[in-house]
Design a protein around this ligand. Sequence first.
Ligand SMILES: Nc1nc2c(c(=O)[nH]1)N=C([C@H](O)[C@@H](O)CO)CN2
Length: 117
Amino acid sequence: MTDQVFIEGLECQAVIGVFEWEKQIRQKLVIDLIMGWDNRRAAEGDDYAHALCYDTVSKAVTALVEGHSHELVETVAEKIAALLLADFSVPWARVRVAKPGAVANAANVGVSIERMA
Ligand SMILES: Nc1nc2c(c(=O)[nH]1)N=C([C@H](O)[C@@H](O)CO)CN2
């Protein structure tokens, strides 16, 4: 089953970084999510109850990312994947966490992980 629900370019303001000065400010993280989900049941009945709500997921991920401080984008990605699998019953998720501006002469940097339940 290859159905997916995706969220692209979710911007969060996070306390993120390994250096002391980074712990005093908020920086932008941009999150892309691809989540395995059987969309047929929602589509067959045109029924929101069977849909994986991208709005609800976006709000939960934003609360997680903005509500805690982290040193590494790796940690943020792992926590998001764990949230999706545990709280939203997602069978698998691909999580990309980008920290634009972290490397001055790079267009973007970050990590991408894939986790299964
Ligand atoms: N693989 C990683 N490398 C680095 C990270 C990170 O989270 N994962 N973080 C930093 C610093 O916080 C950097 O973003 C400050 O500009 C360096 N490398």
